[in-house]
Design a binder for this molecule. Sequence first.
Ligand code: ATP
Length: 736
Amino acid sequence: MASAHKVRIAARLRPPIAGELNDDGVRIVPSDDGLSAICVTNPRDPSQVFKFPFSSCYGHASRQEDIFEKDVRPLIDVVYSGVTVTIFAYGVTSSGKTHTMQGTKSEPGVIPRVVEALFAHRTQMSQYEVSIAASYMEIYKDEVYDLLVDRETAPKLPIREKGNQVFVANLMSVPLKTPQAFETLYTTANKQRSVGSTLLNRASSRSHAVLTLEIQMVDSQEGKTLTGKINLVDLAGSENNKLTGNDPSRMAESAAINKSLSVLGQVVHALNQGASRIPYRNSKLTRILQDALGGSSVGLLICNLAPGLKFRQDTLNTLNFAVRTKNVENKPVINERENLPAPKQHFAAVQPPPAKLAALPLPAGPIAGSSRPSLVPARTITSSSGVPGPSRVPRISAIGSHAPYPNAHKRKESGIGLVQGHLNSLAQAMTDQDIDDRISKAVEAEVARRLEEKMEELERQRTREDEERRAREQAELLAASKDPTPRKETEHDGLPSGLLTPLLKRHQDLDNELRKRLQDLERKYERGNDADFAHGLSPASRKKTGRAYVALARTYSEKGDLQVALDLYRKAETYVPDNIKLKERIIELDWSVSHGKEYKPSPKKPKRTKAKKKSKSARANAKNSDAERASSQPDEPRLDESQDDETVESLLEPIVEMPEPEALGRGKRKKGGPAFGMEVTNSPNKRSGDQDSDAEAAATPPRKLRARKGGKVRAGVSDDEWAPSAPVKKGKAADE
Ligand SMILES: Nc1ncnc2c1ncn2[C@@H]1O[C@H](COP(=O)(O)OP(=O)(O)OP(=O)(O)O)[C@@H](O)[C@H]1O
């Protein structure tokens, strides 16, 4: 399978749950070509409907079975052909991701159905010796934990890379003999997952959960082994803290969730833009999903949607993410390798006294994650009953060491791990090859650990040396200042040599550092497209540049030059890809451009001044005038209050003088189709205020823009904020 494969999208709209209004704001509409589309009404103009066509759309009444049979079952064959498949559920909190992936006893979701299907398919693979193993992890506050290990003792696991493969080191892998064995394992493991209650969901997932089922197919006749894998990912939902009513501890979780999802959006955005650097490393989630996005696996994204206008912005956000993900191309590969020659019988296989192995210690009590992550080796547990059994592979810390594990005596009471209670029945079940594999894995891990230690030691040594040098320099300075002997004039400035040397050295260090940074910057400029450039900026500079583009776009939009405005909004989006209102603005403007219709931007929200804040009566006045404004503009209701602070309106703060259109490459862009592969329909009875708004727009004087305080002002443009047609150097320089 060498050809490119786009990520498949399925959208599922859950039914309203207790207390929710069904206002029909989001619905599914079948189309003639057999496809269907998710339709979202624009509450500002109910005649305008945003339409997102997908090959699979599931409505309120859809059953777990429907989604599995149509979109998931075909992937079972793909797994058995030796390819990695990743299915992930994405959506706002309470949209039904866990329901879809996990389900309930009476309505099992994708995961239990996949397990059933994998076991059923195994019987068709008579030519192979097939084994299935499961691993299960959660990413909680950007740290990875093994869900098959007791929660109290689970260490933070490191992510490593070998060749092109990114993997979680030391993650437990449990061989499965039957679907029932999986059920037992999965039910227990799920109790370990971080779940909490919010106003939107009584049992809200506070972590991303990744279940991996690995299928090994050994063909002894051909001497080959195929490895298929399926990753089933239940993402935590994006959260709006105004709706969830989160307390401070939930807020911290929520921040981690939102950040990782935002990086996920940036990864998809960068892939779509063909950026040379994809920010996979900016979160653990994206590192783990790297193979599913622009990698070598086959992907299915299930977009879960909550119904009603209350979630409208989240719904648009999810759908925009889906439309972008739809364009991500993977290059699936078949994982096949030659079987290793039968190894000689290993000493460990002929002398495994089970009683002794059972006594192999595991750490008791909580493990301080970062301090000892490498103590736990990659583990595979097996037993003839199909339920998890013990590992006979000694912990890495025990290799080459005669010292017993310090907490050995505590092991019995600690009850560590789901699988450690079965430490008695392993030895005979292992083949020589298993033992060799595990030992070589353990040795590899040990080497990696020692290397890491060595690097840390080197780093510490360097820091020590730096500190000593600094102390020496200070002592020299002090001695020079106390020295009663007359100062020796130098050719430079008459300073004593003891003082001059460290100063010159420091100066030279700074000089070198500056030169290196400039070289880095130059390299970046040479490479740069917008996405690369944006990535190189600090978050604050990204926001500023985005804001500048939005301000400029707004000016063009007010002048009626919609195409240029649209181009500028799109440029702004490169810098602030997570801004929902900006996305909406682009969708609406794109619709107007492609339909040749007039566009009327929403009025700018008035900002409350300090004076208003101070005075109660002024506040009351402001309220009244807000109410008046709202009632006088029924067509332009205020955007959803629930939207977080970074709105288009907040980006609209005017900060620049408007440059000439030519400077922006105006007219170069071809008139494109609808934004994000989305269609927008509009009923014939268009907005009633169109003519009026034309007149209004003509009567409105062009916005006089000002430069912000601070920074050098040139032609009304602040040096550290503005980056128009050739934004790269200025922005970069400001950023750096
Ligand atoms: N298709 C559906 N049919 C019936 N009930 C559903 C459906 N989807 C979701 N629900 C119900 O909606 C509620 C929220 O669903 P769920 O917990 O799966 O959301 P989630 O997206 O996983 O939320 P979070 O991100 O907060 O974990 C649950 O009570 C669930 O039973």
